[in-house]
Design a protein around this ligand. Sequence first.
Ligand code: ATP
Ligand code: MG
Length: 381
Amino acid sequence: MRITGDWITRPETRAVCDALTGAGHQALFVGGCVRNALLGAPVSDIDIATDARPDDVVNIVGRAGLKPVPTGIDHGTITVVSGGVPHEITSFRADIETDGRRARVAFGADIAADARRRDFTMNALYARADGTVIDPLGGMADLTARRVRFIEDPERRIREDYLRILRFFRFHAWYGDPEAGLDPDGYAACAALQTGIGALSRERIGTEMRKLLAAPDPAPALAAMQAAGILQTVLPGAAAAAMALLVHLESETDIARNVIRRLALLGGEGVTERLRLSRAEARRLDALRRGLAEDMPAAELGYRHGPDTGADILLLRGALTGTAPDPKAWQDLRKGAEAVFPVKPADLLPSLSGPALGERLRALEARWIASGFTLRREDLL
Ligand code: ATP
Ligand code: MG
Protein backbone atom coordinates (compact mmCIF):
# COMPACT_ATOMS: atom_id res chain seq x y z
CA MET A 1 0.00 0.00 0.00
CA ARG A 2 1.34 3.42 -0.96
CA ILE A 3 0.09 6.90 -0.31
CA THR A 4 0.48 9.72 -2.78
CA GLY A 5 0.09 13.47 -2.57
CA ASP A 6 1.71 16.71 -3.67
CA TRP A 7 2.99 17.22 -0.13
CA ILE A 8 5.09 14.03 -0.27
CA THR A 9 6.91 14.94 -3.45
CA ARG A 10 7.27 18.69 -2.96
CA PRO A 11 10.91 19.80 -2.61
CA GLU A 12 10.35 21.41 0.82
CA THR A 13 9.30 18.09 2.38
CA ARG A 14 11.78 16.01 0.39
CA ALA A 15 14.60 18.17 1.74
CA VAL A 16 13.61 17.33 5.34
CA CYS A 17 13.38 13.59 4.69
CA ASP A 18 16.58 13.54 2.64
CA ALA A 19 18.51 15.28 5.43
CA LEU A 20 17.51 12.55 7.89
CA THR A 21 17.92 9.57 5.57
CA GLY A 22 21.19 11.00 4.22
CA ALA A 23 22.53 10.90 7.78
CA GLY A 24 21.55 7.23 8.04
CA HIS A 25 18.29 7.71 9.90
CA GLN A 26 14.70 6.83 9.22
CA ALA A 27 12.21 9.52 8.23
CA LEU A 28 8.63 8.26 8.47
CA PHE A 29 5.47 10.26 7.95
CA VAL A 30 3.07 9.52 10.79
CA GLY A 31 -0.31 10.44 12.21
CA GLY A 32 -2.75 12.77 10.53
CA CYS A 33 -0.90 13.16 7.23
CA VAL A 34 -0.81 9.39 6.58
CA ARG A 35 -4.35 8.84 7.86
CA ASN A 36 -5.77 11.67 5.74
CA ALA A 37 -3.82 10.68 2.63
CA LEU A 38 -5.29 7.18 2.93
CA LEU A 39 -8.78 8.64 3.32
CA GLY A 40 -8.33 11.09 0.46
CA ALA A 41 -8.86 13.94 2.94
CA PRO A 42 -6.82 17.17 2.86
CA VAL A 43 -3.43 17.02 4.60
CA SER A 44 -2.57 20.12 6.60
CA ASP A 45 0.36 19.50 8.91
CA ILE A 46 3.23 17.10 8.43
CA ASP A 47 4.46 14.93 11.30
CA ILE A 48 7.63 12.91 10.82
CA ALA A 49 8.94 10.21 13.16
CA THR A 50 12.62 9.36 13.24
CA ASP A 51 15.06 7.13 15.10
CA ALA A 52 17.45 10.11 15.37
CA ARG A 53 17.58 11.65 18.84
CA PRO A 54 16.33 15.23 19.23
CA ASP A 55 19.87 16.70 19.50
CA ASP A 56 20.91 14.84 16.39
CA VAL A 57 17.84 16.09 14.53
CA VAL A 58 18.85 19.68 15.34
CA ASN A 59 22.39 19.10 14.04
CA ILE A 60 21.37 17.14 10.96
CA VAL A 61 18.77 19.59 9.69
CA GLY A 62 21.00 22.53 10.60
CA ARG A 63 23.78 21.09 8.45
CA ALA A 64 21.28 20.70 5.61
CA GLY A 65 20.59 24.43 5.80
CA LEU A 66 17.11 24.04 7.31
CA LYS A 67 15.84 25.86 10.36
CA PRO A 68 15.22 23.76 13.50
CA VAL A 69 12.93 25.22 16.17
CA PRO A 70 12.77 23.29 19.46
CA THR A 71 9.00 23.59 19.85
CA GLY A 72 8.51 20.53 22.04
CA ILE A 73 12.03 19.43 22.84
CA ASP A 74 10.97 17.81 26.18
CA HIS A 75 8.85 15.27 24.38
CA GLY A 76 11.27 15.09 21.48
CA THR A 77 9.70 17.35 18.89
CA ILE A 78 11.66 19.72 16.69
CA THR A 79 9.81 21.84 14.18
CA VAL A 80 11.77 22.20 10.97
CA VAL A 81 10.78 24.97 8.63
CA SER A 82 11.67 24.15 5.06
CA GLY A 83 10.80 26.65 2.35
CA GLY A 84 8.28 28.18 4.75
CA VAL A 85 6.55 24.83 5.39
CA PRO A 86 6.72 23.58 9.00
CA HIS A 87 7.45 19.88 9.62
CA GLU A 88 7.21 18.41 13.11
CA ILE A 89 9.93 15.86 13.63
CA THR A 90 9.54 13.68 16.71
CA SER A 91 12.12 11.13 17.81
CA PHE A 92 10.83 7.59 18.29
CA ARG A 93 9.87 7.47 21.90
CA ALA A 94 8.24 5.35 24.53
CA ASP A 95 6.37 6.82 27.47
CA ILE A 96 7.89 5.48 30.66
CA GLU A 97 5.77 7.39 33.14
CA THR A 98 2.53 9.35 32.78
CA ASP A 99 0.33 11.27 35.20
CA GLY A 100 -2.75 11.66 33.04
CA ARG A 101 -1.58 14.96 31.62
CA ARG A 102 2.02 14.65 30.49
CA ALA A 103 4.54 11.91 29.98
CA ARG A 104 8.14 11.26 30.95
CA VAL A 105 9.63 9.86 27.80
CA ALA A 106 12.54 7.72 26.67
CA PHE A 107 14.06 8.17 23.23
CA GLY A 108 15.68 5.57 21.08
CA ALA A 109 12.65 3.31 20.98
CA ASP A 110 11.78 1.40 17.84
CA ILE A 111 8.80 1.97 15.61
CA ALA A 112 6.65 -0.62 17.42
CA ALA A 113 7.18 1.11 20.78
CA ASP A 114 6.64 4.50 19.15
CA ALA A 115 3.35 3.29 17.69
CA ARG A 116 2.11 1.90 21.01
CA ARG A 117 2.43 5.22 22.85
CA ARG A 118 0.00 6.89 20.43
CA ASP A 119 -3.75 7.10 20.99
CA PHE A 120 -5.75 5.37 18.24
CA THR A 121 -4.83 2.69 15.75
CA MET A 122 -5.71 4.96 12.81
CA ASN A 123 -3.24 7.53 14.18
CA ALA A 124 -0.41 4.98 14.35
CA LEU A 125 0.09 4.55 10.61
CA TYR A 126 3.46 5.44 9.10
CA ALA A 127 4.75 5.93 5.58
CA ARG A 128 8.25 6.04 4.13
CA ALA A 129 9.35 8.99 2.03
CA ASP A 130 8.34 7.02 -1.10
CA GLY A 131 4.81 6.60 0.29
CA THR A 132 5.04 2.93 1.35
CA VAL A 133 2.69 2.47 4.29
CA ILE A 134 3.88 0.78 7.49
CA ASP A 135 1.14 -0.47 9.80
CA PRO A 136 2.62 -1.86 13.03
CA LEU A 137 -0.70 -2.18 14.91
CA GLY A 138 -3.36 -3.02 12.35
CA GLY A 139 -4.59 0.54 12.04
CA MET A 140 -5.34 0.08 8.35
CA ALA A 141 -8.29 -2.25 8.99
CA ASP A 142 -9.78 0.20 11.50
CA LEU A 143 -9.27 3.11 9.15
CA THR A 144 -10.99 1.27 6.32
CA ALA A 145 -13.90 0.50 8.64
CA ARG A 146 -13.76 4.10 9.89
CA ARG A 147 -13.51 2.83 13.42
CA VAL A 148 -11.73 4.96 16.03
CA ARG A 149 -10.15 2.39 18.32
CA PHE A 150 -7.77 2.90 21.21
CA ILE A 151 -4.44 1.15 20.91
CA GLU A 152 -4.58 -1.89 23.19
CA ASP A 153 -6.40 -1.28 26.50
CA PRO A 154 -8.63 1.85 26.37
CA GLU A 155 -8.61 2.37 30.14
CA ARG A 156 -4.83 2.28 30.30
CA ARG A 157 -4.53 4.63 27.35
CA ILE A 158 -6.93 7.10 28.95
CA ARG A 159 -5.23 7.02 32.36
CA GLU A 160 -2.00 7.98 30.60
CA ASP A 161 -3.61 11.12 29.16
CA TYR A 162 -7.21 12.06 29.85
CA LEU A 163 -7.28 14.32 26.79
CA ARG A 164 -7.67 11.10 24.82
CA ILE A 165 -11.31 11.01 25.99
CA LEU A 166 -12.01 14.17 24.03
CA ARG A 167 -9.80 13.06 21.14
CA PHE A 168 -11.87 9.87 20.89
CA PHE A 169 -14.99 11.92 20.16
CA ARG A 170 -13.13 14.39 17.96
CA PHE A 171 -11.67 11.74 15.66
CA HIS A 172 -14.98 9.90 15.56
CA ALA A 173 -16.69 13.12 14.47
CA TRP A 174 -14.18 13.63 11.68
CA TYR A 175 -13.37 10.12 10.52
CA GLY A 176 -15.71 7.67 12.22
CA ASP A 177 -18.65 5.88 10.64
CA PRO A 178 -21.74 7.59 12.10
CA GLU A 179 -23.89 4.56 11.21
CA ALA A 180 -21.67 2.09 13.04
CA GLY A 181 -21.33 4.44 16.03
CA LEU A 182 -18.52 4.57 18.56
CA ASP A 183 -16.36 1.63 19.49
CA PRO A 184 -18.20 0.23 22.57
CA ASP A 185 -15.09 -0.56 24.66
CA GLY A 186 -13.59 2.84 24.02
CA TYR A 187 -16.87 4.58 24.77
CA ALA A 188 -17.38 2.68 28.02
CA ALA A 189 -13.85 3.54 29.16
CA CYS A 190 -14.37 7.23 28.33
CA ALA A 191 -17.60 7.28 30.34
CA ALA A 192 -16.03 5.50 33.31
CA LEU A 193 -12.94 7.72 33.50
CA GLN A 194 -14.43 11.10 32.63
CA THR A 195 -13.65 12.76 35.98
CA GLY A 196 -10.01 12.73 34.86
CA ILE A 197 -10.89 15.52 32.41
CA GLY A 198 -10.84 17.84 35.42
CA ALA A 199 -7.06 17.45 35.66
CA LEU A 200 -6.47 18.79 32.14
CA SER A 201 -5.51 22.37 31.36
CA ARG A 202 -8.24 24.56 29.95
CA GLU A 203 -6.08 25.30 26.90
CA ARG A 204 -5.92 21.64 25.93
CA ILE A 205 -9.65 21.13 26.53
CA GLY A 206 -10.46 24.28 24.55
CA THR A 207 -8.28 23.30 21.59
CA GLU A 208 -9.78 19.83 21.45
CA MET A 209 -13.38 21.05 21.72
CA ARG A 210 -12.81 23.57 18.94
CA LYS A 211 -11.52 20.80 16.69
CA LEU A 212 -14.52 18.63 17.55
CA LEU A 213 -16.96 21.46 16.80
CA ALA A 214 -15.20 22.19 13.50
CA ALA A 215 -16.07 18.71 12.14
CA PRO A 216 -18.50 18.60 9.21
CA ASP A 217 -21.10 17.00 11.50
CA PRO A 218 -20.22 16.84 15.21
CA ALA A 219 -23.83 16.06 16.23
CA PRO A 220 -23.55 12.27 16.72
CA ALA A 221 -20.31 12.55 18.70
CA LEU A 222 -21.77 15.32 20.88
CA ALA A 223 -24.94 13.31 21.48
CA ALA A 224 -22.81 10.37 22.62
CA MET A 225 -20.80 12.67 24.90
CA GLN A 226 -24.02 13.97 26.40
CA ALA A 227 -25.45 10.48 26.91
CA ALA A 228 -22.33 9.51 28.87
CA GLY A 229 -22.35 12.71 30.94
CA ILE A 230 -19.08 13.86 29.38
CA LEU A 231 -20.56 16.95 27.75
CA GLN A 232 -21.76 18.05 31.22
CA THR A 233 -18.32 17.39 32.64
CA VAL A 234 -16.71 19.63 30.03
CA LEU A 235 -19.47 22.25 29.74
CA PRO A 236 -22.00 22.18 32.58
CA GLY A 237 -25.46 23.11 31.33
CA ALA A 238 -24.70 22.44 27.67
CA ALA A 239 -27.19 20.54 25.50
CA ALA A 240 -26.49 18.92 22.14
CA ALA A 241 -30.02 18.02 21.02
CA ALA A 242 -30.39 20.83 18.46
CA MET A 243 -26.97 20.32 16.84
CA ALA A 244 -28.17 17.95 14.13
CA LEU A 245 -30.71 20.51 12.93
CA LEU A 246 -28.16 23.34 13.02
CA VAL A 247 -25.78 21.28 10.89
CA HIS A 248 -28.64 20.58 8.49
CA LEU A 249 -29.56 24.28 8.26
CA GLU A 250 -25.94 25.26 7.69
CA SER A 251 -25.69 22.96 4.71
CA GLU A 252 -29.16 23.91 3.35
CA THR A 253 -28.27 27.60 3.41
CA ASP A 254 -24.70 27.04 2.26
CA ILE A 255 -23.40 29.03 5.22
CA ALA A 256 -19.94 27.84 6.27
CA ARG A 257 -19.82 25.89 9.51
CA ASN A 258 -18.51 27.89 12.43
CA VAL A 259 -17.20 26.83 15.82
CA ILE A 260 -18.53 29.78 17.81
CA ARG A 261 -22.00 29.50 16.28
CA ARG A 262 -22.06 25.83 17.27
CA LEU A 263 -20.78 26.68 20.72
CA ALA A 264 -23.57 29.23 21.11
CA LEU A 265 -26.05 26.48 20.30
CA LEU A 266 -24.67 24.19 23.00
CA GLY A 267 -25.12 26.82 25.70
CA GLY A 268 -23.72 26.07 29.15
CA GLU A 269 -22.09 28.09 31.89
CA GLY A 270 -18.62 29.56 32.04
CA VAL A 271 -17.83 28.55 28.46
CA THR A 272 -15.38 31.41 27.92
CA GLU A 273 -13.24 30.39 30.89
CA ARG A 274 -13.65 26.65 30.53
CA LEU A 275 -12.48 26.63 26.92
CA ARG A 276 -10.13 29.61 27.23
CA LEU A 277 -11.80 31.48 24.41
CA SER A 278 -9.89 34.40 22.95
CA ARG A 279 -11.30 37.83 23.49
CA ALA A 280 -12.64 37.96 19.94
CA GLU A 281 -14.26 34.52 20.28
CA ALA A 282 -15.83 35.46 23.62
CA ARG A 283 -17.21 38.67 22.17
CA ARG A 284 -18.77 36.82 19.26
CA LEU A 285 -20.27 34.15 21.52
CA ASP A 286 -21.69 36.85 23.72
CA ALA A 287 -23.23 38.68 20.76
CA LEU A 288 -24.90 35.48 19.57
CA ARG A 289 -26.24 34.66 23.01
CA ARG A 290 -27.62 38.16 23.45
CA GLY A 291 -29.13 38.02 19.98
CA LEU A 292 -30.81 34.74 20.83
CA ALA A 293 -32.27 36.17 24.02
CA GLU A 294 -33.90 39.12 22.19
CA ASP A 295 -37.04 38.47 20.21
CA MET A 296 -36.17 40.63 17.25
CA PRO A 297 -37.64 40.47 13.73
CA ALA A 298 -35.17 39.44 11.03
CA ALA A 299 -34.97 42.92 9.48
CA GLU A 300 -34.00 44.46 12.79
CA LEU A 301 -31.48 41.65 13.39
CA GLY A 302 -29.78 42.58 10.14
CA TYR A 303 -29.82 46.28 10.93
CA ARG A 304 -28.55 45.99 14.51
CA HIS A 305 -26.16 43.00 14.22
CA GLY A 306 -25.07 43.08 10.57
CA PRO A 307 -25.50 40.30 7.98
CA ASP A 308 -23.14 37.69 9.46
CA THR A 309 -24.11 37.79 13.13
CA GLY A 310 -27.73 38.24 12.02
CA ALA A 311 -27.51 35.09 9.88
CA ASP A 312 -25.97 33.19 12.79
CA ILE A 313 -28.83 34.22 15.04
CA LEU A 314 -31.42 33.18 12.45
CA LEU A 315 -29.75 29.78 12.09
CA LEU A 316 -29.53 29.31 15.86
CA ARG A 317 -33.16 30.29 16.35
CA GLY A 318 -34.20 27.90 13.61
CA ALA A 319 -32.25 25.03 15.17
CA LEU A 320 -33.53 25.71 18.68
CA THR A 321 -37.18 26.12 17.70
CA GLY A 322 -37.11 23.30 15.17
CA THR A 323 -38.30 25.46 12.27
CA ALA A 324 -36.09 26.64 9.44
CA PRO A 325 -36.13 30.41 8.83
CA ASP A 326 -38.39 31.15 5.85
CA PRO A 327 -37.08 32.83 2.67
CA LYS A 328 -38.68 36.13 3.72
CA ALA A 329 -36.62 36.16 6.92
CA TRP A 330 -33.41 35.93 4.88
CA GLN A 331 -34.64 38.72 2.60
CA ASP A 332 -35.53 40.93 5.57
CA LEU A 333 -32.15 40.24 7.14
CA ARG A 334 -30.34 41.44 4.02
CA LYS A 335 -32.57 44.48 3.72
CA GLY A 336 -31.98 45.40 7.35
CA ALA A 337 -28.25 44.95 7.04
CA GLU A 338 -28.13 47.40 4.13
CA ALA A 339 -30.45 50.02 5.64
CA VAL A 340 -28.92 53.31 6.82
CA PHE A 341 -30.77 55.41 9.39
CA PRO A 342 -31.36 58.75 7.66
CA VAL A 343 -31.41 61.01 10.76
CA LYS A 344 -28.14 62.36 12.18
CA PRO A 345 -27.68 63.89 15.65
CA ALA A 346 -26.96 67.22 13.94
CA ASP A 347 -30.53 67.20 12.60
CA LEU A 348 -31.85 67.54 16.15
CA LEU A 349 -29.37 70.08 17.48
CA PRO A 350 -29.48 72.53 19.08
CA SER A 351 -33.07 72.12 20.30
CA LEU A 352 -32.13 68.78 21.87
CA SER A 353 -28.87 67.71 23.50
CA GLY A 354 -27.44 65.21 25.97
CA PRO A 355 -29.65 62.31 27.13
CA ALA A 356 -32.73 63.88 25.56
CA LEU A 357 -31.03 63.82 22.17
CA GLY A 358 -30.13 60.15 22.53
CA GLU A 359 -33.65 59.30 23.58
CA ARG A 360 -35.19 61.13 20.65
CA LEU A 361 -32.81 59.48 18.17
CA ARG A 362 -33.67 56.04 19.52
CA ALA A 363 -37.39 56.77 19.30
CA LEU A 364 -37.07 57.95 15.69
CA GLU A 365 -34.93 54.93 14.84
CA ALA A 366 -37.58 52.61 16.32
CA ARG A 367 -40.28 54.30 14.19
CA TRP A 368 -38.08 54.01 11.13
CA ILE A 369 -37.40 50.29 11.74
CA ALA A 370 -41.12 49.66 12.37
CA SER A 371 -41.87 51.28 9.01
CA GLY A 372 -39.71 48.66 7.32
CA PHE A 373 -36.98 51.30 6.77
CA THR A 374 -39.31 53.25 4.49
CA LEU A 375 -39.79 56.54 6.39
CA ARG A 376 -37.49 59.22 5.03
CA ARG A 377 -35.58 61.86 6.93
CA GLU A 378 -38.22 64.49 6.25
CA ASP A 379 -41.01 62.13 7.38
CA LEU A 380 -39.24 61.53 10.64
CA LEU A 381 -38.27 65.09 11.52
P1 ATP B 1 -4.88 16.68 13.04
O1 ATP B 1 -3.53 17.28 12.75
O2 ATP B 1 -5.81 16.59 11.90
O3 ATP B 1 -5.50 17.28 14.25
P2 ATP B 1 -3.35 14.40 13.91
O4 ATP B 1 -3.67 12.94 13.94
O5 ATP B 1 -2.17 14.82 13.11
O6 ATP B 1 -4.67 15.14 13.42
P3 ATP B 1 -2.14 15.68 16.13
O7 ATP B 1 -2.77 16.18 17.38
O8 ATP B 1 -1.49 16.63 15.18
O9 ATP B 1 -3.25 14.84 15.40
O10 ATP B 1 -1.06 14.58 16.57
C1 ATP B 1 -0.23 13.89 15.65
C2 ATP B 1 -0.12 12.42 16.08
O11 ATP B 1 0.51 12.36 17.37
C3 ATP B 1 -1.44 11.72 16.25
O12 ATP B 1 -1.89 11.17 15.04
C4 ATP B 1 -1.11 10.67 17.27
O13 ATP B 1 -0.43 9.59 16.68
C5 ATP B 1 -0.12 11.37 18.17
N1 ATP B 1 -0.77 12.06 19.31
C6 ATP B 1 -1.09 13.37 19.41
N2 ATP B 1 -1.65 13.67 20.59
C7 ATP B 1 -1.68 12.52 21.28
C8 ATP B 1 -2.15 12.14 22.58
N3 ATP B 1 -2.71 13.04 23.40
N4 ATP B 1 -1.99 10.85 22.94
C9 ATP B 1 -1.43 9.95 22.11
N5 ATP B 1 -1.00 10.22 20.89
C10 ATP B 1 -1.11 11.48 20.46
MG1 MG C 1 -1.36 16.72 12.99
